[in-house]
Every structure is written in structure tokens, then in C-alpha cells.
Design a protein around this ligand. Structure first.
Ligand code: FE
Length: 197
């Protein structure tokens, strides 16, 4: 197939990224191999990492308390390094439902959830989630009762949030791996809750 039909000019951000990367390589600050390895590692990260953290918190109450106190340190206990970031874990309760957003850009707990979904980066989600979270959650199919308070957490460049969902009823006696299997990416963003099929 000819390249002609698929050629697309660079967008503003692609041009910025390419220019900056080439400059850093030229100055000897990083190598192309390092950049490629980091990008590959980033793409390989999946929400399973976050699901492991949630499942562990569900079965180990002491871990859960450490996680809520200092998310970064608790994740490091599981061998999940969170470089230079403060991870704040927010816990859903029968009274409070939490959800995360980055109103400014697309800050996201990538180290635990991988690449953010496109809708997370959309202007629609970013602007409406803070103004009318109940309506936005309903559009995701999640109806939060009026009696439950919704807290929306705005991520920043050095602070990331992760939602600790409530463990569903009917999972008594499940082991950690089976529990992790029902913890979805969306439930850790707060636009869904785990269910047992
Ligand atoms: Fe951001």
C-alpha cells in the first residue's frame, strides 16, 4: 500500500513531542532506546495492577488502612513503584461515592491502570464531571441514589487518585485472585462499581 493515502501532517502535540524528544536525544540526556523502552512499558501496563491493590485491600484490613493513609507506600509494599507521585486512595462507602477526573488535562493513575480511555481525556467528561457528576454517572449506566454523596477528585501533575470500590455482597470467601477479576478499570475511576455477573 502506498504511503500517500495514509499520510497525516503532525498535530501540534505530536510536533512538540517529536521536537522535544529529538532535542533530548541530541543533547545526550536520553537515548532513543530508553524512550522506546519507557513507552513500551507504559503501554504494557494494564488495570490488573490496580485490581490487585483493590483485592488486597478487600481481604487485608491492615493493608487497606495503610493504603488509605499513604497510597504510594502501600503500593510499594506490593512491588508497584509509583515514582514521584502521591497516590491518594479514596474509599467508597454506603454514604459516599468517589470518582476521579483531571479537569486540566488527562492526569490519571497510569502506573496502576495503564493508558486512560479516550473519554477520560474528553472535554465533555472533564468539564461536566465536576458540575453534574450524578448526570454523567447515569450516562455511564451508574445510578447513584440521591442519599449517597458524590465526591469528585481532580487529579494534578503530582497527585493521582484511585477509587477503592466497595466489595460486592456475595463474594464472601473469594480469594484475592478471584476478587481481582471483578475489579474493572472503570470501577477504579468511579464511573462503575464491581458486580458479580
Ligand atoms: Fe492532567
Amino acid at each position: 500500500m502506498s504511503d500517500r493515502g495514509t499520510y497525516q501532517p503532525f498535530t501540534y502535540y505530536q510536533l512538540m513531542e517529536t521536537s522535544l524528544r529529538e532535542l533530548l536525544v541530541e543533547k545526550g540526556l536520553v537515548t532513543d532506546e530508553q524512550v522506546n523502552a519507557e513507552v513500551a512499558a507504559m503501554r504494557a501496563r494494564q488495570p490488573e495492577r490496580g485490581a490487585r491493590v483493590v483485592a488486597k485491600a478487600w481481604i487485608d484490613d491492615a493493608f487497606r488502612q495503610r493504603l488509605l493513609k499513604n497510597g504510594t507506600a502501600a503500593c510499594e509494599e506490593l512491588g508497584l513503584e509509583i515514582p514521584a507521585l502521591r497516590l491518594v486512595v479514596v474509599e467508597n462507602t454506603p454514604q459516599v461515592h468517589n470518582a476521579i477526573v483531571c479537569t486540566l488535562c488527562s492526569c490519571y493513575p497510569r502506573v496502576l491502570l495503564g493508558i486512560p480511555p479516550d473519554w477520560y481525556k474528553s472535554r465533555n467528561y472533564r468539564s461536566r464531571m465536576v458540575r453534574e457528576p450524578r448526570a454523567v454517572l447515569a450516562e455511564f449506566g451508574l445510578r447513584i441514589p440521591e442519599a449517597v454523596q458524590i465526591r469528585v477528585h481532580d487529579s494534578t501533575a503530582d497527585m493521582r487518585y484511585l477509587v477503592l470500590p466497595m466489595r460486592p455482597q456475595g463474594t464472601e470467601g473469594w480469594d484475592e485472585a478471584r476478587l481481582a477479576g471483578i475489579v474493572t478499570r472503570d470501577s477504579m475511576i468511579g464511573v462503575a462499581v464491581p458486580t458479580i455477573g
